[in-house]
Design a protein around this ligand. Structure first.
Ligand code: ASP
Length: 449
């Protein structure tokens, strides 16, 4: 059995949904289908999820949402008409939205999640309805009834382990199951969404729960590319990746697959295949536990901006037992998670995503007062560039090649970090050097082979 997930662009219009349903019915093993909300039809278009966020925000502000509500309903109406579905389905969706808007708004985050999740929820109802008109047995599945339980962190839910046992029973249902992505329910029955792009996570959870043979993730590109195609023209496609490589790449900016989505598939050892709805015969990218080695040490180059670094120095820091713990405790107290901590004998840097100025001021004051440091400064506008590849474990000189390629284009390395796994090397650079650095590294590892 396969679990297949379709992303927003695959469901953006009636035309796309016809393709999706053709793919679903083309393989009887595709039994559990996870859908996103309708996404962008063209570059400047607005995703339904973003329309829903605008709708919820406006409602919370002034309660007047005639236009915003209409924007959402129109998207569904267009799709329903294009699929020649009875008008009734649009009525059902509109009523559902009105019901959500009528909920209590005391907890704004809870209200927002409920509105956001309607994008996938109503899309699932629509796709199930269309499959039925095609003559197939298809059922919309409600995540609450199916038992997808999540923690109660709004917009940032995490699956609860007991979900897997409950979701296992989906295997025994008859027909094609259409499951909305992106949200689950807390033990108390509150709707909570995953982080943005989280329908990938739902797919992975279901694939793990039913022990699927394959988790297919349908998107709008033929495969995962070795580098961002918006930066490098026609980059090399990746045929096979390990879970570790994919996790590293998606963490550092590869947006084709949500970085948290691999965990359930990885734990249950379910292979994942990234495929293209617009070209379903292309083999796509397969993500597995292990892959045969090639002579290509680097599999991909990723880059993300929006980082800063807290740089601290103190004479004899290396002798001070507990210094690192106390420093990280201050960040923990502020609810900040950090990415890297490169260090020297008497200095340490903590790299983390940019955060607000007020917190920054508090943190600096606490570090000065409690750790009595000689110097502290925060460096902003950093980018992290990562080269990732299982093949790097066995290759000597990769860092040297990367550093030389970056030096040749005059990119200053603010920091370098390599973990013990040797599957990735991180370079911290100034954000405005990011594209230049990525191009130079691509030339070095993919063109000059
Ligand atoms: N629709 C949600 C978003 O735009 C979730 C998803 O598409 O995966 O973030």
């Amino acid at each position: 059995m396969k679990v297949a997930k379709f992303g927003g662009t695959s469901l953006a219009s009636a035309h796309q949904i016809r393709k999706v349903c053709h793919i679903i019915t083309g393989d009887p093993e595709r039994k559990i289908i996870v859908v996103s909300a309708p996404g962008k039809r063209f570059k400047e278009d607005i995703k339904v999820t973003d329309l829903l966020i605008a709708l919820a925000s406006k409602f919370l502000k002034d309660g007047q949402v005639k236009e915003e509500l209409n924007d959402v309903v129109v998207r569904y109406r267009e799709i329903a008409e294009g699929l020649e579905l009875p008008e009734h389905i649009v009525y059902v969706i509109e009523e559902d939205l009105k019901k959500r808007l009528a909920q209590d708004t005391t907890n704004q985050k809870k209200f927002m999640d409920s509105l956001k999740a309607s994008g996938e929820d109503n899309c699932a109802k629509l796709v199930a309805e269309y499959l039925r008109t095609m003559g197939y047995e298809a059922h919309y599945i409600n995540p609450r009834e199916a038992g997808l339980l999540v923690s109660n962190e709004y917009s940032n839910g995490q699956v609860l382990p007991e979900s897997y046992e409950r979701l296992k029973k989906l295997k025994n249902y008859s027909g094609i199951l259409i499951f909305p992505g992106f949200f689950g329910y807390t033990i108390d029955g509150d709707l909570v969404t995953f982080p943005r792009g989280g329908s990938d996570i739902t797919g992975s959870i279901l694939a793990a729960a039913v022990k699927a043979d394959l988790y297919e993730n349908f998107t709008d590109v033929d495969s995962v590319f070795s580098v961002n195609p918006n930066i490098v023209e026609n980059p090399k496609e990746i045929k096979k990746l390990t879970y570790t490589e994919m996790r590293e790449l998606s963490y550092a900016g590869f947006s084709v697959f949500h970085d948290e989505a691999l965990v359930p598939a990885f734990q249950a050892k379910i292979p994942v295949c990234i495929k293209n709805t617009n070209n379903p015969n292309a083999p796509g990218t397969l993500i597995v536990a292990e892959r045969e080695t090639t002579d290509q040490p680097v599999s991909g180059i990723a880059c993300d901006v929006g980082f800063c670094s807290i740089n601290i120095s103190k004479y004899l820091m290396n002798r001070e037992v507990g210094f690192g713990r106390k420093l990280l405790q201050i960040l923990e107290d502020e609810g900040l998670s950090y990415e890297h901590t490169p260090s020297g004998i008497d200095n340490i840097s903590v790299v983390l995503r940019e955060f607000d100025k007020e917190t920054e001021k508090r943190i600096v004051e606490r570090i000065q007062a409690e750790l009595k440091v000689d110097d502290i400064y925060i460096q902003h506008d950093l980018a992290l560039v990562m080269i990732v590849g299982e093949g790097m474990r066995r290759s000597v000189g990769i860092t040297a090649r990367a550093a030389k390629a970056l030096a040749n284009v005059n990119v200053n390395l603010e920091m370098i970090n390599q973990g013990s796994s040797e599957v990735s090397i991180m370079f911290g650079i100034k954000a405005n050097d990011a594209d230049k650095a990525v191009i130079a590294l691509y030339e070095e590892f993919f063109k000059n082979q």
